[in-house]
Design a binder for this molecule. Structure first.
Ligand SMILES: O=C(CO)[C@H](O)[C@H](O)COP(=O)(O)O
Length: 313
C-alpha cells in the first residue's frame, strides 16, 4: 500500500483494526467502494453511508463504486443510488454488466456476431448501449425442454461469445444453449461477470451467487471463463483510464476478501476491509485466510471519526 503512517498487516500476520482514519484519508485521492455489503445489503442502506460519502466528497475525494452484480446497468444503478437518497452519477459506477460490454467493445467484437446471455437485464442494456447484438437473457426465462426421442436443440452459429452473470431465472434450456454455443461455435468466448459464491438478495441470509451459474457452464464445457468482474483488474483499468487516476492513489473498500480486497491488491491500491458484509472477524483472522487487507474496520461510517478529529483540531 502507499503512504499510511499507521503500520499495516505484517507479513504472515492479521490485518490491524483501522485507528488512524485521518492519515488513511489524507494518503489517498480516490476511494473505490464495493456496493453489496458496504453501501447496501439487498435494498437496505447500511447505517451512516450518506454522511460518510458527504464527508469524503467535502474533503475533495473522488468516489467510485464498483459492483460484481450484473443484474443492473450503470444507469439502473444510478436510479438505485437515487432511491436510497444517494447522489451518484452513472459514470461513477462500474458494474460487471458494463465490464462485459466494455471488454467485448475493447476487443472489437465483430458486428456480424452475437452474444448469448445467461443473466438479467443489466447485461442486455449494457450490450445494447455498446452496439453489440445479443440473444437470450430474461427472454429465455420461461423456456422449457420436454425431451422426446431423438430430440436435437438448434442453436445460432453466429454466437461468438456467451456472457454468464447472476440469473434468477436460470433453466436447463439456457444451460444447453450456452453449452452448444461454446462447444460447437469455433472461437466462441466464455465470459463471466463474476464467480462470487453468494449474494445478499435479502438481508436475512446469503443466496447462491453468480459463481453457481458460471460453475454450471464450466462443468458442461470443461472450459475456464474469462472473468471481467473483481478480482480481475479489468474494471480497475477502465476506471483508472477514464478518470486518469494512479492506482497507488486509490483505497479499495470492500467486504469480500477474495473479490474486493484481492481486486485492490491486484491493482496496487491500499485496501480496507469492512465487516458489514460477508466477512467475519473470525474469517479474517483465521490461519487459513491468506488475503489480508491493509486495515479492517466495522463499517464505512467509522471513517467519520476523521471528521471529529478535524473539527476538534
Ligand atoms: O452478483 C453477485 C452474485 O453473482 C454478487 O455476489 C454480488 O451481488 C456482488 O456485489 P458487490 O460486488 O457489490 O459486493
Amino acid at each position: 500500500m502507499n503512504c499510511c503512517a499507521q503500520v499495516g498487516a505484517e507479513a504472515g500476520g492479521s490485518a490491524p483494526f483501522l485507528t488512524d482514519h485521518t492519515t488513511l484519508i489524507d494518503s489517498v485521492e480516490t476511494f473505490i467502494f464495493d456496493c453489496d455489503g458496504v453501501i447496501w445489503k439487498g435494498d437496505s442502506l447500511i447505517d451512516g453511508v450518506p454522511e460518510t460519502l458527504d464527508m469524503l466528497r467535502s474533503m475533495g475525494k473522488r468516489l467510485v463504486f464498483v459492483t460484481n452484480n450484473s443484474t443492473k446497468s450503470r444507469k439502473q444503478y444510478g436510479k438505485k443510488f437515487e432511491s436510497l437518497g444517494l447522489s451518484v452519477s452513472a459514470e461513477e459506477i462500474f458494474a460487471s454488466s458494463f465490464a462485459a460490454a466494455a471488454y467485448l467493445k475493447s476487443m472489437k467484437f465483430p458486428t456480424d456476431k452475437k452474444v448469448y446471455i445467461i443473466g438479467e437485464a443489466g447485461i442486455q442494456l449494457e450490450l445494447k448501449q455498446a452496439g453489440i447484438n445479443y440473444i437470450g437473457g430474461p427472454e429465455d426465462g420461461d423456456k422449457r425442454i420436454d425431451l422426446t426421442p431423438g430430440q436435437l436443440m438448434e442453436h445460432d452459429h453466429d454466437v461468438g461469445a456467451v456472457v454468464v452473470g447472476f440469473d434468477r431465472y436460470l433453466n436447463y434450456y439456457k444451460l444447453q444453449y450456452a453449452t452448444l454455443c461454446i462447444r460447437e461455435n469455433p472461437g466462441c468466448m466464455f465470459i463471466a461477470t463474476n464467480c462470487d459464491a453468494v449474494i445478499h438478495l435479502t438481508d436475512a441470509q446469503e443466496w447462491a451467487g453468480g459463481g453457481s451459474m458460471v460453475g454450471a457452464i464450466k462443468g458442461s464445457t470443461k472450459k475456464e471463463p474469462l472473468v471481467v468482474g473483481k478480482p480481475s483488474t479489468f474494471m480497475m483499468d477502465c476506471l483508472a483510464s477514464e478518470f486518469n487516476i494512479k492506482t497507488s492513489q486509490i483505497c479499495m473498500v470492500g467486504d469480500r476478501l477474495d473479490t474486493d480486497i484481492l481486486f485492490g491488491q491486484n491493482g496496487g491500491c491500499a485496501t480496507l476491509l469492512v465487516l458489514s458484509g460477508v466477512t467475519t472477524l473470525e474469517t479474517l483472522q483465521s490461519s487459513e485466510n491468506k488475503i489480508q487487507p491493509d486495515f479492517y474496520t466495522n463499517k464505512i461510517s467509522d471513517l467519520l471519526a476523521a471528521k471529529k478529529v478535524t473539527t476538534n483540531a
